[in-house]
Write a protein that binds this ligand. Structure first.
Ligand code: KG4
Ligand code: ZN
Length: 378
């Protein structure tokens, strides 16, 4: 198979990222410029600020990725860019830049679906480790701030094909982490801090009903129904109700106040500001979300005959999710793979890796393509 050094560019949300990957299996550089400090005061991503920050960062981030890889604009074989899904304005920054660069350098440009990128982050790292034998079909859970999707994936001669067999009906799992963290005054983003604090609480202290859809598929046309959908808005409301019932508002306000003086609070800063009741609530919230993600994914895997599991996206960095998947998939006799934590959250190495099979089949972008905020993966 011909080798190819691909420069990947990713600007779909709040990370400006560029990376160089050789032939989908060798990571040569991976640069991520995070905007967390910009969005932190708002407790979530502000789309206009995200576009502005991407504009500021894109040129130096690409330069650094090339330099760290020992490559130049001229030496790479192709460029790859995220076309969607994501924030339209944010995507457009990466797309305009990649188009201009590809045109000036006369190099092929490849468009990549962000969710396909998350799936290929797993492949990149497993291939990098050495001989990697994959049994198909693969069931991939892509679980992040914007998505909670289940895809059955196969590799065909024409490239990778995907069937979406489940998705969230409302909030993504990472969104639930971020909203609960905001509600409890824990800072932004919520996932990493809840991951650490949950270890200090009792996960059985607060009983949450299964975080599932009560009236499954009500109003959905029969041909679009799927038994593997998720729902996380109910648990967010349940946390809110618990906070009111247990009179936790005052301690939350005090914590929020104390953290507002820090530009980027770490979990170590937050822990001393949490009482037992808060830690128990956090641990119970996480246990309910993890249980729901793992049980529904394993049910889908068994019923749809998956031979391998991938768990990827920002929430795949979660320690309890990893441990529970390892244990329960192991019991079900299914091999389960995660990206390293660095490649779980948004990055451009995954975009460059996903582009390689398209490079091999000559699947290059038309000149006229644009950002697609809700681009489906097929
Ligand atoms: O994949 P990603 O970087 O961006 C999207 O495509 O959305 O995912 C970001 C999400 C955020 O919601 C963040 O709170 C969550 O991933 N996250 C985590 C952890 N690290 C990041 N959630 C749970 N545990 C973590 N350790
Ligand atoms: Zn993502």
């Amino acid at each position: 198979m011909p080798e190819a050094c691909i420069l990947g560019i990713e600007t779909s949300c709040d990370e400006t990222a560029a990376a160089v990957v050789r032939s989908g299996e060798k990571l040569l550089s991976n640069v991520v410029s995070s905007q967390i400090a910009t969005h932190q005061p708002y407790g979530g991503v502000v789309p206009e600020l995200a576009s502005r920050e991407h504009l500021r960062a894109i040129v130096p981030v690409v330069r650094q990725a090339l330099a760290e890889a020992g490559q130049t604009y001229e030496s790479v074989d192709a460029l790859a860019v995220t076309q969607g899904p994501g924030l339209a304005g944010a995507l457009l920054v990466g797309i305009s830049y990649a188009k201009a660069l590809a045109f000036a350098l006369e190099k092929p440009l490849i468009t990549v679906n962000h969710l396909e990128g998350h799936i290929h982050a797993v492949l990149l790292e497993e291939r990098q480790k050495g001989a990697f034998q994959l049994d198909f079909p693969v069931l991939a859970l892509v679980v992040s701030g914007g998505h909670t999707h289940l895809f059955l994936a196969e590799e065909r001669e024409c490239g990778w094909v995907y069937e979406n067999i489940g998705r969230t009906r409302d909030d993504a799992a990472g969104e639930a982490y971020d909203k609960v963290a905001k509600l409890l005054g824990l800072g932004y983003p919520g996932g990493p801090v809840i991951d650490v604090l949950a270890k200090k609480g009792n996960p059985r202290a607060v009983k949450f009903g299964p975080a599932q859809i009560k009236h499954l598929n009500r109003g959905t046309p029969r041909d679009k129904q799927t038994p593997y959908d998720f729902s996380f808005s109910g648990i967010k409301t349940a946390v809110l109700r618990y906070v009111d019932l247990e009179d936790m508002r005052e301690t939350i306000a005090a914590r929020r106040n104390a953290l507002s003086t820090l530009s980027r609070p770490r979990p170590e800063d937050v822990l001393p500001l949490c009482d037992r009741k808060t830690l128990d609530l956090i641990a119970s919230f996480q246990r309910a979300v993890v249980h729901d993600l793992v049980s529904r994914t394993l049910q889908a895997a068994v019923e749809r005959g998956a031979r391998t599991l991938f768990v990827t996206g920002g929430v795949a960095a979660n320690s309890e999710l990893r441990e529970t998947f390892d244990k329960e998939a192991g019991q079900a006799g299914l091999p389960v793979y995660f990206p390293s934590r660095r490649l779980s959250t948004d990055n451009a190495a995954m975009i460059a890796a996903a582009a390689y099979p398209k490079f091999l089949t000559g699947n290059f972008a038309e000149a006229e393509f644009s950002a697609e905020a809700a681009l489906p993966l097929k």
